[in-house]
Design a protein around this ligand. Structure first.
Ligand code: MN
Length: 202
C-alpha cells in the first residue's frame, strides 16, 4: 500500500522543521485518539485530527470548533499527519510549510458512531478497534462521520459532513446533547500539555 504520509513528507523539509517524521504508527493502545492544535500560521486556525490506521486524518478549521449545534464550522480536509503529531507543539521556522506557532489545544480519545448499525450495538463505545477504524474509513468515503469525543475541552457527539460541491470542504457540527453549549470554548486558550498560550510559546 502507498504510504498515506507521502503528501505530508512532500510538503515539509523535515531537516528544518521540528515536526514529527512521516512514520505510520503500529498501534499499541486500545482507544482511538483525537487532538486539536491551535496554529498561528499566516492565519490563525485549528487543526482537527482523528486517529485511524496509524495516522491522523486531518482538517483545518479556521474558526475552531463550536459547541453550539447551530454554528457549523468549515473544516478543510488536509493531508494525513503522523500519529506522533498529536503531541507536537512548538515553532515551525519561517520559510517552512505552516510556519508559525502550534499548541495542543485539546486532546483525548474518540469513537465513531455508526447510526446504521447502532440498533444492534448496545454500547457503541465498546466497538472493537478494527470495527471502529472501518466505520471511520467508511464515513470518510461516504462524506459523513459521527463520533464521540472525550477530551479535556470537547465532549459528546459531533459530526463531520462533506459539502457536495467541494470534496475537501466539510462542516464540523456539535450534536444537541448535554455537552452542547453556546459559550465559546475557544476563549480557553491554553495548551492541555504545557498550559501555555500561543503567545507564551512564541
Ligand atoms: Mn495548521
Amino acid at each position: 500500500m502507498d504510504n498515506p504520509l507521502k503528501p505530508y513528507v512532500k510538503k515539509r523539509d523535515l531537516k528544518k522543521t521540528p515536526e514529527p517524521l512521516g512514520v505510520v504508527k503500529k498501534r499499541a493502545h486500545d482507544l482511538l485518539e483525537f487532538v486539536i492544535q491551535k496554529h498561528r500560521a499566516s492565519r490563525l486556525h485549528y487543526d482537527f485530527h482523528l486517529e485511524c490506521d496509524g495516522v491522523l486524518l486531518s482538517w483545518a478549521v479556521p474558526k475552531g470548533p463550536s459547541t453550539n449545534p447551530r454554528e457549523k464550522r468549515l473544516a478543510v480536509m488536509v493531508e494525513d499527519h503522523p500519529f506522533d503529531y498529536r503531541c507536537f507543539e512548538g515553532i515551525i521556522p519561517a520559510g517552512q510549510y505552516g510556519a508559525g506557532t502550534v499548541i495542543v489545544w485539546d486532546k483525548g480519545t474518540y469513537y465513531p458512531i455508526d447510526y446504521e448499525s447502532i440498533d444492534d450495538c448496545e454500547n457503541p463505545g465498546q466497538t472493537n478497534l478494527a470495527d471502529a477504524q472501518r466505520i471511520v474509513r467508511d464515513g470518510i468515503r461516504k462524506g459523513k462521520l459521527s463520533f464521540v469525543l472525550k477530551g479535556k475541552k470537547l465532549q459528546g457527539e459531533w459530526t463531520l459532513v462533506r459539502l457536495k460541491n467541494n470534496p475537501k470542504q466539510w462542516l464540523l457540527v456539535k450534536h444537541d446533547d448535554k455537552y452542547a453549549d453556546e459559550v465559546d470554548l475557544t476563549r480557553l486558550d491554553k495548551s492541555v500539555l504545557s498550559r501555555k498560550t500561543l503567545e507564551q510559546l512564541m
